[in-house]
Design a protein around this ligand. Structure first.
Ligand code: T3D
Length: 258
């Protein structure tokens, strides 16, 4: 099984599982990951997802043994990338928060898979490597979109062109990720964070996610209109009613995700 699932109260932990290859991706594994995300989405008890890797790596990107150019010519990459892109679209569009726990090196498509998640925690010993230039490729699966937005144009270009590893602590300083934590605290911290999100106002969090993504291309006028509309939707949820009631009654809110 290249993808492992553990169901925890309120959330699913999804683990990339090819540890002997640092969880390098194959086309079949991308398909299995997408299927798993679809199953999580269909589970009414799943209100958040935690994505991590088995063994000492998070994900070393595309399994390069699967895409070797041969005498017959270069590998046709479009179907492969269409498959991975479907995973990225799904992660961004999921109506629940997704946490990445980057337990070791995240390279190539593996780095950008992590960065597509909503909140990224990484072990201090982990690193992020836009490895593509080392083999003559460009950052893909959303890398060229995500990098400049997360760290700015100058750093994005250097990361893409130099293909040097960025430590987790530097990644946090640069706002590429949320936090770097001690290695032996990563699992505990990531699970606590995901469990906390799973108890949150799921619909409201999903609407916030949608608004933040739309802000990347909207004008201020468009964004103000979108916020108005999404806020109106959020205000119709049971969680909004509960949140306000709990505030007035001076007690913690108990959100149902509806
Ligand atoms: O054509 C296309 O590729 C289309 C899609 C592109 C998207 C992409 O993701 S392109 C980028 C692909 N990824 C890479 O270029 C990274 C390749 N890996 C590395 O540079 C290094 O492995 C790391 C820096 C990630 C980690 O280095 P290190 O020293 O900690 O580990 P290692 O010894 O290199 O790797 C451990 C094993 O995993 C090793 O196998 P072995 O020698 O024990 O039998 C290594 O060959 C294997 N491995 C690591 N990455 C990949 C891989 N095998 C296949 N594909 C990999 N990407």
């Amino acid at each position: 099984m290249t993808i492992l699932v553990e169901q925890h109260p309120g959330y699913w932990q999804v683990t990339l599982n090819r540890p002997d290859r640092l969880n390098a991706l194959t086309a079949a594994m991308g398909g299995a990951l997408l299927a798993t995300l679809n199953e999580a989405e269909a589970d009414p008890d799943c209100r958040a997802i935690l994505l991590t890797g088995a063994g000492r790596g998070f994900c070393a990107g595309q399994d390069l043994t699967e895409v070797m150019p041969t005498e017959a010519g270069p590998p046709g990459l479009k179907p492969l990338l269409d498959g991975y892109n479907a995973v990225i679209r799904k992660l961004r569009g999921l109506e629940m928060p997704v946490v990445a726990a980057v337990n070791g090196v995240a390279a190539g498509a593996g780095a950008n898979l992590a960065l597509a998640c909503d909140i990224v925690l990484a072990a201090k010993s982990a690193s992020f490597l836009q490895a593509f230039a080392r083999i003559g490729l460009i950052p893909d699966v959303g890398g060229t979109w995500l990098l400049p937005r997360l760290v700015g144009a100058a750093r994005a270009r250097a990361l893409a062109m130099l293909a040097e590893p960025l430590t987790a602590e530097r990644a946090a300083e640069w706002s590429l990720i949320w936090q770097a934590v001690d290695d032996d605290k990563l699992t505990e911290a990531a699970r606590a964070l995901t469990a906390r999100l799973a108890q949150g106002p799921t619909k409201g969090l999903a609407l916030a996610k949608r608004a933040l993504d739309a802000a990347e291309t909207n004008t201020l006028d468009q964004q103000l209109d979108l916020e108005r509309d999404l806020q109106d939707e959020a205000a119709r949820t049971a969680d909004y009613a509960e949140g306000v009631r709990a505030f007035l009654e001076k007690r913690p809110a108990k959100f149902s995700g509806r």
